[in-house]
Design a binder for this molecule. Structure first.
Ligand code: FES
Ligand code: FE2
Length: 443
């Protein structure tokens, strides 16, 4: 299929064969398709832009991207978080080029037009009479995101005024699981410093798909370090891998995979004991039953936000400590993606615990982290393996889903459609089925 042929809805839909469990490799290398995604998904979906804890006070701001568009996330004098297109209405220059800061407003470096924290035009550098009444300055503000909303201190925005509210994306099912990570204590979570950023040589979808539920790559690609991280023997490690691993389709292409310790005992591996007391007070009994048995948790919120929690041991004599990372897969081109990686901890946790949790995360899931070193190599090799004219004519294989998709774990205690184990690839393929719905204009 050539580039013009995929421009219409049917052409895009044909790239994912839901019945056969196949997906065209073009999804991961084709620049024309990438430009279509930027329009059809990233100008319409709810996108993560930052955390409340990053902009605690009026005037605090960070600069981010929504799809390919730069934005400023800023807290206004009224305390509201706003998302403003970071581009001057005069000649389009980026108004703010700092990553983070505190301001009374924003002044364009090119000709000096300035804007308030709410994005409204405030003044021109040159006297207004020069403009001879030809400009309606009241209508010259920074273009705002159409909707901004938050959940548990995570701020999201969409360019689409007609998009259903955030509660449609983060519905009861998603929140039931996400509360295990972001709303498990009364005060919630905070970012442990600014996000780390680095660039991967692969398509933006590879990461979110992997984080939907690619548990099986852990013992192969990460085998020795996975085992070292949790400090188990090879036998214990494989038992954990082959043990209970509910992989839940949350709806709308989102998913979560949990690795649970065997048996019913609540071990709370990797938590500070004081936090466990708070978790018990904050979550319901079923949620606590899962949290207490959770070794690792990994999830994706469609389209490009993921999380990982896992225990890391620094020394064989020490108990492991959990890190929690929130990860944005920021599209750059068909084969380049910038990762934005935050580490989070409970606001109520002691400072030394937060520092150790951050260290655990930096060692494992960060630019220099052991797991990301493995993943970066494999994912860049995906790009190299499929970018040729022959390679892109072929399909990626998710056919295992045909053996499992009608055999779900119906009595799993949490909401959502739960796969029986992490080997089914159903959650990963469901991400692509959702991609197909957006690209085919069904969303
Ligand atoms: S481009 Fe911003 S004032 Fe001219
Ligand atoms: Fe990995």
């Amino acid at each position: 299929m050539s580039a013009p042929e995929i421009l219409d809805a049917a052409g895009a839909a044909a790239l994912v064969d839901v019945e056969q469990g196949l997906a065209s490799r073009r999804l991961f290398v084709d620049q024309a398709l990438f430009e279509l995604e930027a329009e059809r998904i990233f100008t319409r979906a709810w996108l993560f832009v930052g955390l409340d804890s990053e902009i605690p006070n009026p005037g605090d701001y960070v600069t981010r991207n929504m799809g390919l568009d730069p934005v400023i996330l800023v807290r206004g004098a009224d305390g509201r978080a706003r998302v403003l297109h970071n581009s001057c209405p005069h000649r389009g220059v980026m108004i703010c080029q700092a990553d983070v800061g505190h301001a009374q407003g924003f002044t364009c470096p090119y000709h000096g037009w300035s804007f308030g924290l709410d994005g409204r035009f405030q003044s021109a550098f040159h006297p207004r009479e020069f403009y001879r009444g030809a400009l309606d300055f009241d209508r010259l503000g920074l273009h705002p995101a159409a909707q901004v909303d938050s959940y548990a201190g995570l701020i999201f925005a969409t360019w689409d005024a007609g998009a259903p509210p955030l509660a449609h994306t983060l519905d009861d099912t998603v929140r039931w699981y996400f509360d295990l990570f972001f709303a498990r204590t009364p005060q919630g979570m905070q970012a442990l410093g600014p996000p780390q950023r680095w660039v991967f040589e692969h398509n933006w979808k590879i990461g979110p798909i992997n984080f939907c539920g690619d548990g099986p790559h852990a013992p192969t690609l990460h085998g020795p370090i996975s085992q070292l991280a949790v400090g188990d023997s090879p036998e214990q490690f494989m038992a954990a891998i082959l043990g209970e691993s509910p992989d839940v389709m949350l709806g709308n292409g989102s998913a979560i995979l949990l690795n649970l310790t065997p048996g019913e005992r609540l071990d709370f591996v990797g938590y500070h004991p004081d936090m466990v007391d708070l978790h018990r007070r904050t979550l319901n009994a079923t949620q606590i039953g899962l949290l207490g048995r959770m070794m690792t948790g990994v999830a994706t919120l469609f389209p490009n936000l993921s999380l990982v929690q896992a225990p890391v041991r620094f020394d064989a004599d020490e108990p492991p400590i959990n890190f929690l990372t929130l990860r944005l897969w920021q599209p750059i081109s068909a084969t380049r993606t910038e990762v934005w990686n935050w580490f989070l901890a409970e606001r109520e946790a002691p400072d030394d615990w937060k520092a150790r949790s951050l260290k655990a995360g930096l060692r494992s899931f960060s630019a220099g982290g052991t797991f990301d070193q493995d993943d970066a190599e494999a994912w860049a090799a995906v790009s190299r393996g499929i970018r040729g004219p022959v390679g892109r004519r072929l399909d990626l294989n998710f056919q295992i889903t045909r053996g499992w998709r009608d055999d779900l774990w119906h009595d799993f205690p949490g909401p959502g459609r739960t796969c029986r184990n992490m080997f089914t690839e159903c959650t990963e393929f469901e991400f692509l089925a959702e991609w197909r719905r957006w690209m085919a204009g069904e969303k």
